[in-house]
Design a protein around this ligand. Structure first.
Ligand code: AMP
Ligand code: MN
Ligand code: MN
Length: 344
């Protein structure tokens, strides 16, 4: 069995072939089949980059009835407002209602599709993802937990469809790859990841410009807000069987005070997880009155995806998340309890 990553547990040859046949079986062109692409709620660089990169690939194959979307509020984080292929992006209520094919990108489970779950009734649904917790909700599931980003899976399918990488596709896939590898820092940064990055850069894209835009550009208010949120962090050295946990939270009132949008909190887990005295880092981000998006990170000793799955979420061993309820202290107490319950 060959897999996209060369590791066991990836995508089989039969799965690749079935996906290629599903796309090849459609009719491209202005009178052709409608194709709806969807990525997860609160899209990150991998979700958007993988989706738009594949959408541009389908356009190169002659498809014109293409729409890309994501559930929830139609608001793009500043770093992704220059991505190629954005002309294909529409708000969720402008998605096709009866597409011939639905493709999902970086979506670990149905709940991450919000109001767009009804589109899973389409004649064919192909799931492209790399979350170990993926629920395989498609008719075809190209899920490779050993892949550093969904864009690795996208590259595998584009290659098998005979779509050459051009600069626009490459920029999308590079943003996705750089985002999910933390700028090529994480464990899944294999030789294959660098080989893909080399092929992407060889198209002529500028990695310095892209990195500055997606990692090193933020509003002044977001920097001030980060100062407050980090200033209220708590260190709990006895949590996780003595491995330690550090946590903090940000409220909607914090966002309002600094006139910031929620996406600016997405990267705040990085300084929190840098704390040497804690294996586990938790960032609790208010989404609504009694609802919190929770980011979990581990340095390696703890599998935080188990905690996230137990609380209705998902993710990877070292990076996972879930939706919590109650006060931030109550949400963190749930995490702390699960860390003690041999879920680590
Ligand atoms: P984040 O902390 O938002 O950067 O997410 C870390 C990882 O956990 C990503 O791979 C997400 O896809 C996954 N994740 C975050 N929140 C959820 C959720 N509510 N359900 C499933 N997976 C999630
Ligand atoms: Mn993602
Ligand atoms: Mn991803």
């Amino acid at each position: 069995m060959t897999t996209s990553s060369g590791e066991p547990g990836g995508v089989t040859d039969a799965e690749w072939s079935a996906a290629v046949e599903a796309v090849r079986g459609l009719t491209p062109g202005p009178e052709g089949d409608e194709v709806q692409l969807i990525c997860h709620v609160n899209p990150d660089g991998d979700a958007l980059g993988s989706m738009l990169g594949f959408a541009l690939g389908l356009r190169r194959l002659g498809f014109t009835r293409l729409r890309a979307t994501f559930p929830g509020r139609f608001e793009l984080p500043l770093p992704y407002q220059d991505l190629p292929g954005l002309d294909l992006l529409v708000p969720q209520d402008e998605a096709f209602t009866e597409p011939a094919l639905v493709l999902t990108f970086d979506v670990a489970g149905e709940s991450r599709l919000g109001d767009l779950q009804s589109l899973l009734a389409a004649p064919c649904v192909i799931v492209l993802d790399h979350h170990g917790s993926n629920t395989r909700f498609g008719r075809l599931n190209l899920v490779d937990p050993a892949a550093a980003a969904t864009s690795v899976v996208v590259d595998g399918l584009l290659g098998r469809l005979g779509v050459p990488l051009d600069q626009e596709i490459a920029e999308c896939l590079y943003v996705a790859l750089a985002t999910d590898t933390g700028s090529f820092k994480f464990d899944l940064t294999t030789p294959a990841v660098h080989e893909l990055a080399a092929r992407l850069i060889a198209t002529g894209i500028r990695p310095g410009d892209i990195s500055r835009r997606i990692f090193d550009t933020r509003p002044f208010g977001a920097v001030k807000l980060a100062g407050e949120v980090l200033g209220r962090a708590s260190l709990d050295p006895t949590a996780a069987g003595g491995l330690g946990m550090v946590w903090t939270y940000a409220t909607l009132a914090d966002l309002a005070r600094f006139e910031q949008r929620p996406y600016v909190l997405d990267t705040l887990i990085d300084p929190v997880r840098s704390v040497a005295e804690a294996d586990v880092a938790v960032l609790v981000k208010q989404a609504a009155e009694n609802e919190w998006g929770v980011s979990l990170r581990s340095k390696g000793a703890v599998d935080v995806s188990k905690v996230a799955v137990a609380l209705g979420g998902g993710g990877h061993r070292l990076a996972a998340g879930f939706t919590g309820h109650g006060t931030p202290g109550e949400v963190v107490a749930q995490v702390r309890a699960l860390l003690e319950q041999h879920l680590i």
